[in-house]
Design a protein around this ligand. Sequence first.
Ligand code: PMP
Length: 415
Amino acid sequence: MSTLPDTQYDPIEALDVRGDFPALAQTVNGHPLTFLDSAASAQQPAAVIDAVRRYQENDHANVHRGVHTLSHRATEAYEGARDRVRSFVNAASRSEIVLTKGTTEAVNLVAQSFVRPRIGSGEKIVISHMEHHANIVPWQILCEQTGAELVVAPIDERGKLRLDALYSLLDESVRILGITHVSNALGTINPIAEITAEARARGIPVLVDGAQGVPHSPVDVQALGCDFYAFSAHKMFGPTGTGVLYGREALLEAMPPYQGGGDMILEVRFDGTIYNELPYKFEAGTPNIAGVVGLGAAIEYLEGIGMDRVNAHEQLLLADMMERLGKIDGLRLIGTAEYKASVQSFVVDGIHPHDLGTLLDQQGVAVRTGHHCAMPVMQFFDVPGTARASLALYNTADDVERLIAALERAIRMFR
Ligand code: PMP
């Protein structure tokens, strides 16, 4: 299966699900809210909010522990969500789905439990120049701990990964390749299936940061061929504080626990502890049960729409948004790779991104401004930061219209 979108879409009916999202019904600063910051955190549909409320009102108890009815219900809801995650990303087994706090925790888990015991001084970790800090800093910490070296694969001026340069870095001293599925700052979609094939042919395991992959298109971890795939519920219309690490069972099996505590054990004695089976070995302590219930509901919601439809809808909006932004005088698009997901960064001559963001907010248009936790990307493009408009399934052509009108007004006001 290709990881790149098919650009020849059949004409489809535009998605119109804005009404499913209560937060989008409000006005902000006297204008209808135009929410274009879903790459930072997406809004939640009523289906998710209601599922979490129902759980809190009726079923809340700790999981995996009690014999009483509420604990059974909570466990069923929590484990049911794990099953939904498994099928959503087509993992081979529920043992491969570790529930975490989010992408960040998942990457740290892989760094410390998988890579740390397998890496030594002078050996290498390869990442790309377009990574989010969550897929940079855990590796820098690991390098400090082990004397390993962090090596960065370059991007080009359109924000595309330079694949030949990446492949030339993948030699026998590399212990892991950490690569983002979709860049949160540039929108670039990386050809993950091709990259994992190249890495695995050289015996190098691959961790994919899927935080911006899962909300926008169908993801099949087996077809992608990755060893680990990390993502966060709050980018895919679920609650904050919850996420997922998919890992191949054989690798997870061989890894030591990341944290110790309750639930991750079968037996504790002072002379030694027996760890729990997968995936519980990696889920120490009381988890974010309500968050996981919300994640399950978010997946149910997305499956009801269909990720192919989501992808097609967003691609049409993105093409329109990029074309119209590109026509604004003095505006420079940052991130123009051929295959992109629904994110567009830009800068405007003579206006600091934060000022631009404030002027847009005054007109009810929410965009993100700053470095987007991807400072090396800003350094590459030699900008202090960008304004970033990110689309999700609930955005419409009207949102793009309002963004363009608000930008033109903001630029006029400023000049
Ligand atoms: N990777 C990417 C590409 C992201 O966009 C984000 C969130 N901005 C993260 C990782 C981190 O996700 P979280 O903060 O949910 O752990």
